[in-house]
Design a protein around this ligand. Sequence first.
Ligand code: HEC
Length: 148
Amino acid sequence: MKKLMRYSPLLGILALAACAGDEDAPAVEDAPEPGTEPVAEVLAARVDLPPGVTAEMVARGQQVFEGTGICYTCHMQDGVGGPLGPNLTDDHWINTDGSYESIVNVVMNGVTQPVEHPGIMLPRGGTNISDDDVRAVAAYVWALSRGS
Ligand code: HEC
């Protein structure tokens, strides 16, 4: 019993620490997320976005492009293109007509018969990103091709 008493203050401190940890949790959500460098905002401000597309979607799309959507692995950082995926920053379109909806479409469905590249693009880049994230990343690609 004596032994338990001796340790109880320590338990108290641990419990306090746990509570403090909980209070900190919302602050972490407020912190800027990676991939929110000004690029997307600058792009969105520079062009007139298509109907239904917001600057927030462009910013979110950049995060998807560089994160869960893994688009950068083939299209490279900032979509400049590489051996595995085409440049998305110019007005030379291979699989789409460059309109926002056609970009959404190609990201949803992938490219089973690539024209200028050796490998295919799977639907959603081979990931399970949500429909909203597909529309956001398409907004980012649309802005990339207009703003740079
Ligand atoms: C495994 C490599 C790979 C990944 C990952 C990938 N792509 Fe692609 N992407 C390609 C290839 C290959 C093409 C077709 C190029 C061709 O026809 O020569 C393509 C085509 C496109 C096009 C049409 C370009 C045009 O000129 O018409 C868009 C837009 C695009 N990808 C966006 C994305 C987005 C957004 C993501 C992430 C969700 C993504 N891609 C992930 C390889 C990839």
